[in-house]
Design a protein around this ligand. Structure first.
Ligand code: ZN
Length: 328
């Protein structure tokens, strides 16, 4: 079941193993038949179950409030099912844009906001040359872990909205619907997608690490691309695996899955292995420029993929496949 697969994605860690006791329910047909009958009731429960207080607050502005059913807002915050079926909402999301936002927020929340970044460090070294000692300065490259958990909250605070309203609400509506269907399919495939970055404004872009596009040019939502409400990119990883190295492998499988099936959902990876987690609409400008018609006209595609194919084999390149990816 989709519910159980989705649930399974939350159980990749050891805690999940302890909690998981229920048998899988293989009867998709029965569930499908019941889905419509249960939809309204399920929505009322699951909206409350999935969203944290933050999202409910975030989405309670006059525009979105009108789309919310009262029972959703009045639902208890902690029903028994809250802790055991966090993705139940996804089964009923065809009924509600609000529900889609909450599902995407849950996918964002479960992704660790960690990164491996490359840092250049200058060191002094003494060498012997012609019988004399010389001190030289060398630049060495180190890979260090970075926790960027604080960045989206910081940017959201500056924007005066909640994190949920910022990272999910800032994305283009049509793109979010595509993401929803893609992530549901990834959940069904057991690949446990997690969003590490959704919308980014110019400020958020300015505090992103690593090589990056100019602050106003990010397709995540830079001002040159339309800003808030027009984000047309997200960074996606797999949360499957207990260790980072296990998740690195899961990431590779997830990204290849998107390469193989993403088009069915209107989504692709514009940069392939140059920026693996970054996904965008395949009919958008970014994709067209990098892998679509525009790229083919410019002859960029073959060059880019050839270089990336070499990079992909190096262990360092594996490390460089950052969770917080180059926000191009
Ligand atoms: Zn990105």
């Amino acid at each position: 079941m989709k519910l159980l697969n989705g649930f399974g994605c939350f159980l990749c860690g050891s805690l999940g193993v302890l909690l998981w006791a229920a048998p899988a329910n293989p009867d998709r047909h029965v569930k499908a038949a019941l889905a419509l009958l249960d939809a309204i009731a399920a929505l009322a429960h699951s909206d409350a179950a999935l969203a944290g207080p933050e999202l409910r607050t975030a989405l309670a502005d006059p525009d979105t409030r009108a789309t919310l059913a009262d029972p959703v807002l009045k639902a208890p915050l902690a029903e028994p099912e809250v802790n055991i079926s966090p993705l139940k909402t996804s089964d009923t999301c065809v009924l509600s844009e609000e529900c889609i936002d909450q599902y995407l927020w849950s996918v964002y929340e479960r992704a660790p906001k960690l990164d491996t970044i490359k840092v250049a460090e200058q060191i002094k070294e003494t060498i012997e040359k012609n019988g004399k000692s010389h001190t030289v300065t060398k630049t060495v490259t180190k890979f260090v872990n970075e926790d960027f958990t604080w960045k989206d909250p910081d940017a959201a605070e500056k924007a005066g909205i909640s994190v949920a309203q910022y990272v999910i609400g800032g994305m283009d509506r049509g793109f979010k619907v595509r993401l929803y269907h893609l992530f549901r399919a990834l959940d069904d495939a057991g690949l446990c997608p997690g969003i590490t970055s959704g919308f980014r404004d110019d400020y958020r872009q300015s505090i992103a690490s690593g090589n990056k596009a100019a602050t106003d040019r990010s397709y995540h939502g830079g001002s040159l691309r339309g800003g808030y409400g027009h984000g047309l990119a997200a960074d996606v990883v797999s949360v499957k695996g207990e260790t980072r190295s296990e998740r690195l492998i899961s990431n590779q499988i997830l990204w290849k899955w998107i390469d193989a099936h993403g088009k069915e959902f209107g989504i692709g990876r514009p940069y392939l292995d140059k920026d693996p987690p970054h996904i965008a609409p395949i009919d958008g400008t970014e994709y067209a420029d990098k892998r679509g018609l525009n790229a083919k006209l410019a002859g960029k595609e073959s060059a880019a993929t050839g270089r990336d194919a070499k990079l992909a084999k190096s262990p360092q390149a594996m490390l460089q496949r950052r969770a917080e990816h180059k926000p191009l």
